[in-house]
Ligand binder design. Structure first.
Ligand SMILES: Nc1ncnc2c1ncn2[C@@H]1O[C@H](COP(=O)(O)OP(=O)(O)O)[C@@H](O)[C@H]1O
Ligand SMILES: [Mg+2]
Length: 370
């Protein structure tokens, strides 16, 4: 049975007012009136409109452009027979438990999630709300110190300040031994969630919950430890989930990386670009060689030289990485941080300009494979 052709099928349903006309909508393919009503009710509860697709033609036409496809269990076999191209974001929805016999065709079709209603209702509502509020597919830049005290945390904070002039930005503190990025940015007294709260959560993290939950000033947010005496990062899977949610909710995500170790390598694998801040001294370059040697993908990495003691070419030769920016020490930086103003005093100063150069490079970086 097919639902009757709906003349409104090409238009967003109610609740979608304000959605730009050219933005594709979530699709719902089912001829099961109960399931249809239940999904519509969930979508309406989070203010998201969905487009019912009554026939195969309508489904195929929009298959690849829809941000999410909700495929009713009743339509699964017929859709699998159409052999549409594989795509992420296909959710199998059903009233009650899914028949085991459908799992094979679901796998063949590339279904990524199964939502059995009503028990998965809250999950589905979150996934829909999250889509609606995801602003972006942001870029992630990691910062590490080539040597201890090189200025990595300072540079990560500077990237956050400069990026947030125009873009929604999140600075993620992943270096448990650092001074706390919230302090460097003057956000330590602003309320918001930190790693401690996220460590307890499981499953998909909504981009909006992360963006609106963390301490924030204007377009600049920060994720760090808020109180832990002995801070530590959650497990790799959860960190990956947090970074994915950060990307969906921000244009630019900056990660203050630990200098070395497994967790640094795991985090670096999620970065579109990794920059090592290197003291421009013989000793600084020497210790940076070791720090960058473990980076899995040197084509996505570069240096920021701090100081004047060594030239770019020497640093480049020694590490095998290109110099993306050189900066002299920023005068008055410590006072600026102490006043809660962040390290960048002027966007035209050495720190501001170096951060700008790295952000330009980030814009050109391709997205690392997930
Ligand atoms: N660009 C800079 N200009 C001037 N001083 C800096 C700069 N970057 C760092 N510093 C100084 O070095 C100290 C250590 O910097 P930090 O960013 O915490 O280093 P790291 O994270 O590499 O250990 C800061 O407290 C600050 O006094
Ligand atoms: Mg640091």
């Amino acid at each position: 049975m097919e639902t009757p052709a709906d003349p409104a099928a090409d238009r967003p349903a109610d609740g979608q007012a304000g959605r730009p006309a050219d933005r594709p909508a979530v699709l719902l393919a089912t001829a099961d009136p109960l399931l249809h009503a239940e999904v519509q009710r969930l979508a309406a509860s989070v203010g998201v409109g969905i487009v019912p697709v009554p026939d195969d033609g309508g489904l195929l036409r929009r298959w690849q452009t829809a941000p999410l496809v909700l495929l009713g269990a009743d339509r699964l076999r017929a859709t699998a027979d159409l052999r549409p191209p594989r795509r992420p974001g296909v959710v199998l929805v059903s009233s009650g438990p899914v028949d085991q016999a459908l799992l094979r065709p679901a796998l063949d079709l590339g279904v990524g999630e199964v939502a059995e209603l009503p028990s998965a209702g809250a999950w589905l509502a979150t996934a829909l709300a999250d889509l609606e509020h995801a602003t972006a597919d942001g870029r992630v830049v990691g910062v590490l110190g080539g040597a201890g005290g090189a200025g990595a945390t300072t540079f990560a904070a500077a990237l956050g300040q400069v990026a947030s002039r125009h873009d929604a930005t999140l600075v993620v503190d992943a270096d448990a031994w650092g001074p706390g990025v919230d302090r460097v940015l003057g956000l330590e007294h602003v309320d918001g969630v930190g790693w401690e709260q996220l460590a307890g959560s499981h499953g998909r993290l909504a981009a909006r919950d992360l963006r609106e939950g963390v301490p924030r000033r204007g377009r600049l947010g920060v994720l760090t430890w808020r109180q832990a005496a002995v801070p530590h990062l959650p497990g790799a899977e959860q960190v990956a989930e947090v970074l994915a949610a950060a990307r969906r909710g921000h244009d630019v995500v900056v990660v203050d990386l630990p200098r070395l170790g497994d967790s640094r390598d795991q985090l670096a694998a999620h970065c579109d670009l990794v920059v090592a801040v290197v003291p421009a001294t013989v000793a600084g370059v020497a210790s940076s060689i070791r720090a960058v040697a473990g980076l899995e993908d040197p084509t996505r990495a570069g240096l920021v030289l701090r100081g004047r003691g060594t030239d770019e070419l020497a640093a480049q030769r020694a590490t095998g990485l290109p110099v993306l920016a050189t900066m002299v020490s920023q005068r008055g930086m410590d006072e600026s941080v102490d006043l809660g103003l962040g390290p960048v005093r002027s966007f035209r100063g050495p720190l501001g300009r170096a951060a700008g150069a790295v952000l330009d490079r980030l814009r050109l970086a391709g997205r690392v494979a997930a």
